[in-house]
Design a protein around this ligand. Structure first.
Ligand code: B12
Ligand code: SF4
Length: 471
């Protein structure tokens, strides 16, 4: 039995445009979901993983499969439906799973033969058995997997063209921020994989550099942090010689022993959600962990960096409290905190989040011709009516934020400081150049976007002070 597992591309996601900027090679990540599904697949299936981010194959020239499995974030849904329609036209059954299939079940059920909601571990083997006997059910409810019972990802199935390998060591997040779908999808309980399994899987990764995809590598409670330390100790003992980057919340900075162990275990960078430069913004987003009284973000960032770990910070533009000037404010705050890289995104109501419910109730979702409009749900396009920022304003704010933070003198200052402190100057430079080169690509994308979609943004906030963009 031949199984294709497909990760659809979205050409609007600038980071995957490897041809437009060669730096993007460092920002195309392996589709771990499909490697995990492959790991769950019993012998007897011949598996091919297709990652369209490396270039979509000419499907008609490939051997006909017996089953196609497609994963999709919301932003990939359109392409997923195109691929599904092609294989269904050949009479090949198509199953879809992942976050979009879970959050938009009815839409997806209309376009594929079978949908897996939630995590796949409990149902995938049964689904394959049903497929083999031609009795695929329209829906399989996966729920949450037993974290002690995950199959190791098939690290061997993708070509060696990625800069980073990928691994997951925990699932779930208790924090439930209002814009994020992780708590709804993976649950509020923070689940940690058995350490020996993580070490074994780490060892099976070919690449020297690895992305740890966990939403929060160390968790929030004392027992989470204790387990994270045990994991780091085990990685040190295993002498893997890997270098890895991960996502964490700012409390990562609060424990010197944890930081020292993470660095020894190979941690070279963390991605942290700062989200907003103001407490009002943090309250609006429900990012309670960043609101702890007395938190000094600059000192926290410094503490992490002292362990030779780069800090990439993420912010969101378009909150109800954001006014013209927010782009500069974010860039200044990110520089003040001493961030090595800055990733600023538009506030985006993703299906299944509290933000979605709220914006829908207030009739503020501007791009709502679904499924076509999902292609813009990349967090790199404005898709809603923002309270105090018009369409022109918000795009201008994003550009001014990035132009300011990624101005060449600022990049050089950061790289020099990293060189001086022997803290990954090359990675810092590559990261900055990748972001900088995408500003031009993004500018073009915004100009096209405004031409095509201006009419969807009917509401113009009163306090617009931003000059019209030069297109
Ligand atoms: C790693 C990651 C990335 C990587 C992607 C790597 C890759 N190619 O997969 C990068 C950094 C590139 C990325 C980018 C983006 N991401 Co992202 N990302 C994640 C993250 C942190 C982990 C995903 C992961 O690998 N999990 C591990 C695997 C094992 O779990 P899984 O994917 O859920 O798969 C399981 C099930 O879903 C199911 N399943 C999945 N697919 C399939 C398919 C079939 C056939 C079946 C049966 C089952 C099945 O089985 C798997 C095993 O249980 C998630 C958060 C999360 N917890 O999911 C956000 C997340 C998926 N990302 C999100 C978003 C919004 C984005 C971006 C749009 C925006 C951005 N700038 O970050 C871009 C979009 C990129 C694009 N191409 O369109 C949102 C998606 C929400 C949504 N409704 O779409 C999430 C949920 C985070 C959030 N804050 O809400 N992301
Ligand atoms: S944004 Fe981060 S901290 Fe907040 S719920 Fe999502 S994963 Fe958890």
């Amino acid at each position: 039995m031949r199984l294709y597992l497909i990760n659809p591309s979205n050409p609007l996601v600038s980071i995957v445009n490897v041809h437009e900027s060669r730096w993007n090679r460092y920002r195309v990540w392996k589709p771990l979901s499909l490697m995990v599904l492959a790991g769950l697949t019993p012998l007897g299936w011949k598996i091919t993983i297709v990652d369209e981010n490396l270039g979509a194959p000419d499907y008609p020239t490939l051997p006909r499969p017996d089953l196609v499995g497609i994963t999709a974030f919301t932003s990939q849904a359109n392409r997923a439906y195109e691929v599904a329609a092609y294989f269904r036209s050949l009479g090949v059954p198509v199953v879809m799973g992942g976050i979009h299939a879970t959050m938009c079940l009815d839409e997806v059920m209309e376009r594929v033969d079978s949908v897996v909601t939630g995590e796949a571990e409990r149902v995938w083997a049964k689904l394959l058995e049903d497929a083999r006997h031609g009795r695929l059910r329209p829906r399989y409810e996966g729920g949450l997997a037993d974290i002690n019972d995950l199959a190791p990802a098939r690290q061997d199935l993708l070509p060696a063209r990625y800069a980073f390998g990928a691994i997951q060591t925990t699932r779930g997040c208790p924090l439930n921020c209002n814009f994020c779908s992780v708590t709804t999808f993976n649950g509020a309980q923070y689940r940690q994989r058995p350490i020996p399994e993580v070490v074994r899987e780490f060892r099976s990764i070919r690449e020297k550099r690895v992305l740890v995809v966990d939403d929060n590598l160390v968790g929030t409670r004392p027992e989470h942090l204790a387990r994270a330390k045990d994991l780091f100790r085990a990685l040190v003992q295993a002498h893997l010689r890997k270098e890895w980057v991960a996502q964490a919340t700012i409390n990562f900075a609060d424990d010197e022993e944890l930081l020292a162990l993470a660095a020894q275990a190979g941690c070279r960078g963390v991605f942290i959600g700062f989200e907003s430069p103001t407490p009002e913004g943090l309250r609006e987003l429900g990012k309670k962990i960043n609101l702890v009284k007395g938190r000094d973000f600059r000192a926290s960032v410094r503490r992490i960096q002292r362990h030779n770990i780069l800090v990439v910070g993420s912010f969101i533009i378009g909150l109800d409290v954001d006014e013209p000037g927010i782009g500069q404010q974010i860039a200044s705050m990110a520089s003040h905190y001493g961030l090595d890289n800055l990733n600023t995104l538009f506030l985006t109501p993703l299906p299944g989040t509290r933000l979605w419910d709220q914006m829908k109730a207030e009739d503020r979702i501007a791009l709502d011709a679904f499924p076509e409009d999902w292609r813009y749900y990349t967090l790199t396009f404005p898709v809603a009516q923002y309270k105090r920022l018009s369409l022109d304003d918000i795009i201008q704010e994003m550009l001014s934020c990035n132009r300011s933070f990624y101005a060449l003198p600022r990049i050089l200052r950061r790289v020099w400081s990293n060189l001086w402190q022997r803290r990954q100057p090359l990675i810092s430079l590559v990261g900055s150049l990748s972001y900088r080169s995408n500003i031009r690509v993004d500018g073009q994308a915004y100009a096209n976007f405004k031409r095509q979609r201006r009419d969807s943004f009917r509401f113009q906030p009163k306090a617009t002070t931003t000059p019209v963009l030069n297109e």
